[in-house]
Every structure is written in C-alpha cells, then in structure tokens.
Design a protein around this ligand. Structure first.
Ligand code: PLP
Length: 406
C-alpha cells in the first residue's frame, strides 16, 4: 500500500485469505481472467446448473415426458421454501414463477384489494423503474394517489421517519420499496421501516432483487407483509429465471393475488367450475410453471446455502470497502463514492459517480472490465463473492484510474 490506497499485492493477499475463493471454480466462463463485476445484473452460470439442466432435458423432459409432472408440479413452492430460508421466510410463504415485474403487479394488486378504504400507495423516491410503472398503473386504474417516500439524501435509504411522514394519515394501502437501492446500494432498516408503515395501517412490500443472496434478510422476523425478488442476479438463476413472491402466512386467507389460474386453485385436479384459492403459497402461482428455470434456480440457491449468507455478506462488505479505498484514491480525478461508507448500511455493490460515467464504462468494457452505468452519472461494480475476487475489484479501479489519467 501507498497513501493508504491498496495495491495489487494487497488484493492478491486478500484473495489468498478469502474463505470463499474456492467457489469461483464452480462457475462456467470465468477462466479468462476478465473482471466480471456484474453479479448484480446477471450472475454467471454455475457448473452444477449446466449439469442439472442437461440431466433435466435428457432424463426428465426427454426421458419421462408427461410422467415427469409428478415431480415438477410443486417445484414453485418446493424451491420457494428453500429460497425462503435465504430471506428469513418459514415454509409455505414463497412461490416462484413469472418475472419480478409480474410478481410485483400481482402482490400490489392483492394489497390494494385487501385495503379498499385506502386512497394512496407509497413508493420510495427514485425507485427502480418497473416498481414505479407497476404502482403508477395500478394506482391510476383505481383512482389512487401515488405518494413518494423521501430518501435520506439523494442516494440514501428510506427511513422510519420518512415513512411516518408519508403514511401518518392512515390513507396508504401499501408501501413498496427496494431493500437495497439499485443505484447507490443503500440498505434500508427493514425492521424500522416495516414497523413505521404498519403503525399507520399500511402493508409493506419489499423488493429484494438486489438483496437476495447478497445480504441476510429476515422477512418473518421483521413482520414484512409481502416481498418479491429476482433470481438471476446474486442467485445466479440465469437469464429470465423465475422470480419469487412472499406473502406472510397471516395473510394467506385474506390477501389474494388476483391472477387466478388452475395452479393456484385449492385442489388443482378437482377441476371445479369456480376458483377456490389454495391456502398456502400455491395461491401465488398462476399457470404451468417454468420447470427448466426452476431447476436452474434451485442450483443457484444451493450454492448460496453452501457458502452461507453470513460469509457472503462478510466478504461482500470487505470487497466493497476495498473498492471504496481504491475509489478514494481517484477523488482528485473526479470520482465520487455514493455507496454508503458504513458496511451495515449498504448492499453488495459499489456505486461511483463521475460525469462521464457511460463513456467510461464503455471504455472499461473495451479493456475487458465488465461493469455497468446507470444514467446519468453512476458506475456500478458488484461484489458477488461466490465468484468476485479482490483482484477483480483492483483491476477495475486501476483501469478506471488509467482512463482518467489520459
Ligand atoms: C432487477 C430488478 C427487477 C427486475 O424485474 P424483472 O421483471 O425481473 O425484469 C425488479 N426490481 C428491482 C428493484 C430490480 O433491481
């Protein structure tokens, strides 16, 4: 190190001491040494998934054909229960299928149906676009107001205080918010925010897309009502992998997602004329599940289980801290850090600010450093310790420094 800025040897020392370093070889396509810092966008392909999908196509679909359904019918809730353990959800509350956007639509609609007297929906400021579109569309269709919950500064999380300020009159049906913000990586206090919203009669729906597989989540413990999240980021489920939906068990009989299909029916093969909702998480399922996608998600979940979410969290925090130390060395070249500096106040990606972010990201890609930009001026680098190395973080920031020196 010089001037407190870590050097490449320091990165290599950290990698040698990293208890999770061995997991990197369990993935396909990472042998070329290019820093892949996009685990928050599309996780790489686990070798176990490649094998499981080959087995499924050969022996399952190919071999058993229709008889395979015996084992596939309940995959949405079986994998849901397993994934649920990663987000602190007991069995019977999580199901997989559809995209995150569709899951979000189903659950926001369910929340609005459950609160017919409410006149508003609340959404965190600068929320991910799909969350904004879903809330805006459902609010418009029902003549509800959309209230924006202020964040703690432009890049900070929503807080119990800002939620109280928005929901105090008791008119809000549901608060929708990302636990980890997609731009800055700021992490909300799930327990405090949930309690604040519920204290004013609002339900709480957490979007866990940037949290699941990256930070410990305790949905049951904090008393969350609803949650959704995607499985192709830190869970490495693959492009278009089915998203999950969580509904707290206490809402099972009263808060019903409105897209009715035979897979959500209490007794699917009774083939009754009228829909009778399943009593558990199966009500969150609509139609025939995406079996290949679920086979892949299960392997991704198994890898996170094996590494342990606490170990992933710890190494992720260290890798982001390492990146922050390097970025601070570039402050005189116009690089700012917008990710919170408190490791407990952020998720697992590092967000930097520079006015030429899109152009810099394109130049980094040309040099084999895979990161992304978020308009207008943010550069994101994810620490996904199942496959990210300290030396990847070092190389990315070193390359950025060189670009800015020229
Ligand atoms: C990635 C992400 C999504 C993804 O939505 P899809 O419907 O799966 O494309 C949703 N919400 C947030 C906050 C995300 O980061």
């Amino acid at each position: 190190m010089s001037d407190g800025v870590p050097d490449r040897e320091e990165a290599e020392r950290r990698d040698a001491a990293n208890p999770l370093a061995g997991f990197r070889s369990r993935f396909v396509g990472l042998a070329d040494e290019r820093p892949y810092l996009m685990g928050n966008s599309l996780g790489p392909l686990p070798r176990a998934t490649e094998e499981a999908l080959a087995r499924f196509t050969r022996d399952g679909w190919g071999g058993r054909k229709v008889e395979g359904w015996h084992d596939w019918l309940d995959l949405p809730v079986r994998v849901g229960d397993r994934l649920g353990r990663l987000v602190g959800a007991g069995p019977g509350q999580v199901a997989l299928g559809d995209s995150t956007s569709v899951q979000l639509h189903k659950l926001v609609a369910a929340a609005l149906d459950a609160r017919p007297e409410a006149t508003a929906v609340a959404l965190a400021d600068d929320e991910f676009p799909t969350d904004r579109y879903v809330v805006a569309a459902l609010a418009a269709a029902r003549g509800l107001d959309v209230r924006v919950v202020a964040t703690d500064g432009p890049d900070g999380p929503i807080t119990a205080e800002s939620v109280t300020a928005t929901c105090a009159d008791g008119a809000v049906a549901v608060l929708v918010a990302s636990l980890v913000r997609f731009r800055s990586g700021a992490l909300a206090d799930a327990a405090a925010v949930t309690a604040a919203a519920q204290g004013h009669g609002a339900l709480v729906l957490w979007d866990l897309s940037h949290a699941v597989g990256a930070v410990p989540v305790a949905l049951d413990e904090v008393g969350a009502d609803l949650a959704v999240g995607c499985t192709y980021k830190y869970l490495n489920g693959g492009p278009g992998a089915p998203a999950f939906a969580y509904r707290a068990a206490r809402h099972a009989g009263t808060l019903l997602q409105p897209v009715h299909g035979w897979f959500g029916q209490a007794d699917q093969f009774a083939l009754t004329a009228a829909y009778a909702p399943a009593a558990d998480a199966r009500q969150l399922v609509v139609g025939t599940p995406p079996v290949a996608g679920l086979v892949a998600v299960e392997q991704g979940v198994a890898l996170v289980e094996e590494a342990g979410i606490d170990a992933l969290r710890r190494v992720g925090q260290e890798q982001v801290a390492f990146g922050i130390a390097l970025a601070d060395g570039l402050a005189d070249r116009g690089v700012g850090v917008i990710t919170p500096r408190d490791p407990d106040a952020r998720g697992a990606h590092l967000a930097l600010r520079h006015p030429r972010a899109p152009e810099l990201v394109a130049a980094l890609l040309d040099r084999g450093v895979v990161v992304d930009a978020r308009a207008p001026d943010v550069i994101r680098l994810a620490a996904a310790p199942l496959h990210t190395r300290f030396v990847d973080v070092w190389r990315a920031l070193d390359a950025l420094g060189r670009l800015l020196a020229t």
